[in-house]
Ligand binder design. Structure first.
Ligand code: F3S
Length: 407
């Protein structure tokens, strides 16, 4: 790879050992993928912070790195962790304490303690064509597709290396020619609920691998931000997509021709039958009795929390059922100020912060059956947490919370 003088200095260790190691890693990645040079980045988002991914050895590695004085050079946000730092949800100290230490080590390196998979709801909003190095599949696909910023599918270590150096290898989705769609879907199903968008993403994602889809027929629907977030999260979890286009909706797809560039594709249809198949794909629950209802994966927006507060008015969560609404510290503070947190808590639910159920250990708290409106949680929780999962609209999930049964 061709490095400029500053990058060579970093590789030679002039900015310390952490930066030297980071540069070495980025050069190795660049060599593997045939990058000719480094690309300055304007931000990084580091994922893989759960104790599940780090283990105790990883926690010590992060603490050692922080103690060398390593500091990020560009704004760097942190993904979810496996606990709620604002309250004790009952996780054992063996889980909670090291998990908190991992987050603190990264914050010592100058990363923002956002602890969320939606840093863009907290004001970290890359612009069109801006190069960034983000990890977390749902955040990657959102910034690439909805904002038109450019990132590869970074892992935790490569995103941290980008934060510490301000660089990423220039290949893949950083190049305009690699950002065109090669699979076309015409959406004929009438998508209304957020969960419908999740079912669309899950169905298409499973059949896509790492290809880039373009969706047509959605201009009139003009999906909300939350619907686009959900679609992306489903595509990136049920498959490996890092980018999607939607004609007339996303910034690199004003027309089908723009989305495709010189590529061609045969149109596939997503209709009623495919929508039903998407729901079926995400449903693994058998027993109707539900003991955990979890909403907010990716973390909830303020609008979603406002809706939930309204839907819970005059109702109460059934005995033996836990209702968690997941978000981050910033959205929770605003939801608190608006009275939504108190309304949800009056109804027996909890608005959590920082926490990701999938990357945590809900199974250790004794939960057996989950209900969610999240396609990503419905994809991972059965295998990752051993929780059979019911998937459906937020209304159905809240009904399950107040009755204790999926209906
Ligand atoms: Fe976020 Fe965890 Fe879901 S990272 S998207 S809450 S699986």
């Amino acid at each position: 790879m061709k490095l400029n003088d500053e990058e060579k200095r970093m590789l030679d260790g002039a900015d310390g050992e952490a930066v030297r190691m980071s540069m070495e890693m980025l050069v190795a990645i660049g060599d593997i993928y045939g990058a000719e040079r480094m690309q300055p980045v304007s931000s990084a988002h580091v994922a893989g912070l759960s104790l599940k991914s780090h283990g105790l050895a990883g926690m010590e590695w992060a603490e050692d790195l922080a103690s060398t004085g390593a500091r990020v050079k560009v704004p760097t946000t942190l993904n979810v962790i496996g606990v709620d730092r604002s309250r004790d949800l009952g996780f054992s100290p063996d889980w909670r304490d090291p998990q908190i230490r991992i987050g603190e080590a990264y914050e010592k390196m100058g990363c923002y303690g956002t602890s969320s998979c939606v840093p863009y709801y907290q004001g970290f909003l890359p612009r069109l064509k801006q190069h960034v190095a983000w990890a977390e599949s749902s955040a990657i696909i959102f910034v690439n597709s909805v904002l038109g910023a450019r990132t590869n599918r970074e892992g935790g270590p490569s995103a941290l290396a980008a934060g510490l150096t301000g660089r990423t290898p220039y290949y893949g989705f950083h190049l305009a020619e690699n950002r065109h769609a090669n699979v076309c879907y015409r959406v004929e199903a009438d998508l209304k609920d957020l969960a419908d968008y999740g079912a669309l993403g899950a169905y298409v994602g499973k059949r896509l691998g790492t290809d880039t889809p373009v969706f047509g027929g959605m201009e009139a629907a003009n999906p909300s931000l939350e619907q686009l977030v959900t679609l992306g999260a489903a595509l990136a979890s049920s498959g490996g997509a890092a980018l999607f286009h939607m004609v007339g909706v996303t910034p690199e797809a004003a027309t089908l021709e723009q989305a495709l560039g010189s590529r061609k594709c045969e149109e596939r249809i997503f209709g009623k039958k495919e929508l039903a198949a998407g729901y079926e794909q995400l449903t693994s629950g058998k027993e109707k009795k539900v003991d955990l209802v979890a909403i907010g994966c990716p973390h909830s927006s303020l609008n979603q929390i406002a809706d939930i507060a309204r839907l819970l008015e005059g109702r109460h969560v059934a005995p033996g059922v836990t209702l968690w609404i997941h978000t981050n510290i910033a959205i929770k503070a605003l939801a608190g100020q608006m009275g939504y947190v108190a309304a949800i808590e009056r109804a027996g639910g909890l608005v959590t912060q920082d926490l990701c159920v999938v990357l945590s250990v809900p199974e250790a708290l004794g939960f057996r059956v989950l209900a969610t409106n999240s396609p990503k949680m419905a994809f991972y929780a059965p295998g990752g947490n051993g929780l059979p999962t019911w998937y459906g609209s937020v209304e159905r999930c809240l009904d399950a919370a107040v009755t204790g049964e999926w209906s």
